[in-house]
Design a protein around this ligand. Structure first.
Ligand code: HAM
Length: 428
């Protein structure tokens, strides 16, 4: 592998793409602010045991996907494969529960999983996520789902589908697990190899199998919703009712069980038909047992995470983002003019204009060509004559109109120029 090549499963986000990221980031920030969610930033690596305990030893993530290494002090360290475990660790460590009220937190950043890379699946990828800690109410479940929905709507999505299920309490799941094992055991030899392996270790995950034969066998398999206690069933009904009240549509998918062990009750995924194999844009659910499992006070919680690479792949298909606009392109030639152009650029930027300064020192003709290509509203020209008279030629690039302005007048005509640029853009 060449030295000048990013590692497999990692990628550079270049300027053309970063605009989408910044747009998404600004949309989610506004939505989180309105719903009083506060940002937390936790470390990118944590003790390996934290992830083993939260995500679960029998999961794919812990079993085969973690970036785990010994540091120089011989501690086992893991690059975070997801954000929930770190947020819960911070919640316990800083006694955020003691502050009484519900904690509404959000986070974003890189996550790491050693998976087989393909479109929409990377080894370093990015999530934005929310965690609401301290409320058992179905309204909390629906609040976070509604936030997800708001984000998608604000970004212009219409066709994403919300898949919803309930996996009940630990004891509901225990009963279901037994029912599933006794149904599947007679078919053991016909299941795909992964599913055979999961039959004793993590049977619920068999419901996720993409294997055709396994899928056929699963058609008649017991349904998790029929194994919920009356309380869990009532809770799930409430979640659905509240979603209906908000007009958020969803599909019940009884096969949806999620790949992390900490979930209880509500689980959900948002999928798109336009993403191929890696169709899940984001996912989450309730995890009422995790905080106490990690040694904190009994704290019900619910959250989700969006995979940003997948979201942005979809956004790029959906719409082209305009390039950032430039107000002035500064052309200059000759040493005095070049020195003055630097001062002018600075003055105009301080007035709030976007200014690109040509640094080439090449012939005027070449600089003008670049000015045209830049998409700037106007070109500012400084040659020897302007330098001597301390003026600048301002040329509107759409009309070709040109006027001379004294350099010292630039701050006082700034508002007039701003209006002209504004009008020009409005006409286009
Ligand atoms: P997750 O389903 O493992 O859940 O990941 C959430 C999202 O991250 C996925 O739906 C997907 O969009 C994205 N993602 C996962 N792996 C990759 C990858 N290798 N490449 C690109 N994108 C990926 C969680 O991580 C939970 N912590 C969500 C949660 C928060 N549940 C409760 N609170």
């Amino acid at each position: 592998m060449g030295l000048i090549q990013a590692l497999r499963g990692t990628r550079d986000i270049l300027p053309d793409e970063i605009r989408y990221w910044q747009w998404v980031e600004s949309v989610v920030r506004t939505i989180f602010d309105r719903a009083t969610y506060q940002e937390v930033r936790t470390p990118i690596f944590e003790q390996t045991a934290l992830f083993e305990r939260s995500i679960g030893e029998a999961t794919d993530i812990v079993g085969k996907e973690m970036y785990t290494f010994k540091d120089r002090g011989d501690r086992s360290i893991t690059l975070r494969p997801e954000g929930t475990a770190g947020v819960v660790r911070a919640f316990i460590e800083h006694s955020l529960a003691a502050q009484g009220s519900v904690q509404r937190l959000w986070y974003g950043g890189p996550m790491f999983r050693y998976e087989r890379p393909q479109a929409g699946r990377y080894r370093q990828f990015h999530q934005i996520g929310v965690e609401v800690l301290g409320s058992p109410s179905p309204r909390a479940d629906v609040e976070v789902i509604a936030l997800f929905n708001d984000i998608l709507q604000n970004l212009g999505f219409k066709t994403l589908e919300l898949n919803l299920n309930s996996i009940g309490t630990l004891s509901d799941r225990q009963r279901y697990r037994e029912a599933l094992i006794s149904y599947l055991t007679p078919y053991k030899q016909e299941l795909d190899a992964d599913s055979q392996d999961r039959l004793t270790r993590n049977p619920l995950r068999i419901l996720d199998s993409k294997d055709e034969r396994t899928q056929i066998i699963l058609k008649e398999a017991p349904n998790i919703l029929e194994h919920l206690s009356p309380d869990s069933q009532a809770r799930f009904d409430q979640v659905q009712q509240l979603l209906n009240d908000l007009g958020i549509s969803y599909v019940i998918n009884t096969r949806l069980v999620r790949g992390l062990d900490y979930y209880t009750h509500t689980v959900f995924e948002i999928v798109s038909a336009d993403l191929g194999a890696q169709a899940t844009v984001g996912a989450g659910g309730r995890y009422d047992g995790l905080v106490s499992e990690l040694g904190g006070p009994d704290t019900p919680a619910v959250g989700w995470a969006i995979g940003l690479e997948r979201l942005i792949l979809l956004l790029q298909q959906l719409q082209a983002l305009p390039h950032p606009t430039i107000d002035f392109y500064l052309v200059s030639r000759g040493s005095r003019a070049e020195a003055q152009s630097l001062v002018i650029a600075q003055t105009l930027r301080q007035q709030g204009f976007t200014v690109e300064m040509d640094l080439s020192g090449s012939a005027f003709g070449k600089q003008f060509k670049r000015a045209d290509r830049s998409g700037a509203a106007a070109c500012l020209i400084l040659g020897d004559e302007e330098a001597a008279s301390q003026t600048v030629q301002l040329k509107w690039l759409t009309t070709g109109e040109q006027e001379a302005i004294a350099q010292t007048d630039l701050p006082s005509v700034a508002n007039k120029l701003r209006e002209q640029i504004h009008r020009l853009r409005a006409n286009h």
